[in-house]
Design a protein around this ligand. Structure first.
Ligand SMILES: [Zn+2]
Length: 64
């Protein structure tokens, strides 16, 4: 869970965002809650793919 300013994409954890009163200290934009659950699901799916397909994981490593 984190907060970000929309125009510039600065991201802060909840603890930091609340310290700044939900205003970005870098650009003075208001910070909005970002839900990154879907991103985590994506990462888990990728992990599962690495495990089940050795060939694919080799190809991905090569790209990286
Ligand atoms: Zn900002």
């Amino acid at each position: 869970m984190f907060f970000s300013c929309k125009p510039n994409g600065h991201r802060y954890k909840f603890e930091k965002a609340s310290e700044f009163n939900f205003v970005c200290p870098k650009c003075s934009e208001s910070l909005e809650y970002q839900d990154n659950t879907s991103r985590i699901v994506e990462l888990l799916k990728e992990k599962a793919t690495y495990k089940s397909t050795t060939k694919l994981s080799t190809e991905i490593k090569y790209i990286d």
